[in-house]
Design a protein around this ligand. Structure first.
Ligand SMILES: Nc1ncnc2c1ncn2[C@@H]1O[C@H](COP(=O)(O)OP(=O)(O)OP(=O)(O)O)[C@@H](O)[C@H]1O
Ligand SMILES: [Mg+2]
Length: 305
């Protein structure tokens, strides 16, 4: 992974501090199984640089951006490069203090405290991914205030306070614009350094397509990245909504082609059919038709192996 960061152009001074961090906090046997081995790598030098420096400085970070901008991929990649165990904690409307820090349980007639994911992560020097943090009610997150600021503690009512291990960091993600998404209140937002996640660049999209589909022909990586760029421009000029600007859908379409579907129907399933407005759907379908012959299949897109 460090070699990958070097090839992405991350500053040597940052990489040196990352190595120092890893030496200072070698992973213990018990939590080694939680260190991620990412299937995908995150592409984007600027974002890497910001995230690494913030975490090395002891800050927690909040990744904000539209769907499929690699927020979870980056969070997982970060735990991997820091060599830390990761906890994935999904937030939803009913997330409450107990589900985060833990709760009393009865075992063999005795009351004992069963740790929640935030508490486990805090004690073991983990990287806690607070996924879709804005989905929860702000009031139920007040319990995290002392955890996320300089106090670095968890105060469990009726028990000792738990001090955060010095390697513990929290990486929150949040989407905006979806139905049901809420704003994060100021008190919570104030406890993070915030990184706005961009839509992947055309050049990085080509790298990404070739990483996920090594036998995809380079000309097709370019064509598909071009198509995505077309859709992005139409979104930016507000001609269409962002429903079809779905990288996840594009990547899945390529997999469907690899598995035997023709390109037209695959892109329809991955991109076009996500739009429920007739006029807009037609517009996107036409854009695709202009660039791409829908009858093409795996034989055309992939190198024979
Ligand atoms: N810059 C990028 N580098 C690498 N992969 C990316 C990038 N941007 C998007 N992706 C790809 O997009 C897909 C979705 O990534 P991920 O699940 O991390 O997105 P997300 O931002 O968490 O989305 P959501 O808000 O919908 O949860 C993955 O296949 C990922 O590889
Ligand atoms: Mg996500």
């Amino acid at each position: 992974m460090i070699e990958f960061l070097r090839s992405e152009g991350i500053d040597e001074s940052v990489l040196a501090r990352l190595e120092d961090f890893r030496r200072a906090y070698p992973c213990t046997e018990g939590s080694a199984h939680r260190i991620p081995h990412p299937k995908f790598r995150y592409y984007g030098r600027e974002i890497w640089q910001k995230a690494l420096i913030a975490l090395l400085s002891g800050e927690n970070i909040l990744l904000v951006g539209p769907k499929a901008t690699g927020k979870n991929v980056l969070a997982e990649n970060l735990a991997a490069v820091f060599g830390r165990p990761a906890w994935d904690i999904s937030f939803y409307l009913n997330t409450d203090a107990a589900s985060l820090i833990g709760t009393d349980t009865f075992r063999d007639g005795q009351v004992s405290f069963r740790q929640g994911p935030v508490t486990q992560c805090a004690e073991q020097g983990g990287f806690g991914v607070l996924d879709e943090i804005n989905m929860a009610k702000n009031e139920s997150l007040a319990v995290l205030h002392a955890t996320l600021d300089f106090r670095r503690i968890i105060d469990v009512p009726g028990y000792d306070r738990i001090l955060l291990h010095p390697a513990t960091r929290f990486i929150a993600t949040m989407n905006y614009g979806y139905a049901g998404t809420r704003e994060l209140n100021e008190a919570l937002a104030s406890r993070f350094m915030v990184i706005n996640m961009p839509i992947v660049s055309g050049e990085n999209l080509q790298k990404l397509l070739l990483e996920q589909h090594p036998t995809l022909k380079a000309t097709w990586a370019e064509q598909l990245a071009g198509l995505f760029e077309d859709i992005r421009q139409k979104c930016e000029s507000s001609e269409i909504s962002t429903k079809a600007l779905d990288l996840r859908g594009l990547l899945a379409s390529v997999t469907l082609v690899e598995n035997g579907l023709r390109l037209g129907p695959a892109l329809e399933m991955g991109l076009v059919n996500k739009i429920f407005d007739d006029f807009e759907r037609q517009l996107v379908a036409d854009m695709i038709r202009l660039r791409i012959d829908g009858a093409l299949s795996a034989e055309d897109l992939f190198e024979r192996t």
